[in-house]
Design a protein. Structure first.
Length: 99
């Protein structure tokens, strides 16, 4: 194979590869991966802060609780939130729940 034939293959191949990479980069820059429904819901965050509200939060006094729960009270209050289901009698040999 002559050198001229090699250049006739390499130069168009190089141009095609560069063109392909350029089109891929362009396509990725203009296309979005966010679904359109979600894109409608997204709103930009306002970069300004309400400094008055932050100053009010800093001026709050620390609240000291009048009492603290013991570990037993914590366990009792958390276990009372779980409903207790009535016990179900085992099925008889006939498969009926009615005795």
């Amino acid at each position: 194979m002559k050198q001229k034939d090699l250049f006739m293959i390499l130069i168009p191949s190089f141009v095609i590869v560069v063109f392909w990479i350029g089109l891929t980069i362009y396509h990725n820059s203009i296309s979005s991966t966010i679904p359109p429904a979600l894109n409608i819901q997204i709103k930009p965050i306002d970069p300004s802060f309400n400094t008055k509200a932050i100053a009010e939060l800093k001026r709050r006094k620390e609240i000291i609780p009048m009492f603290e729960m013991t570990e037993i009270e914590k366990l009792q209050s958390s276990s009372s939130a779980i409903p207790i289901l009535p016990s179900i009698p085992p099925a008889s040999e006939g498969g009926s729940l009615i005795p």
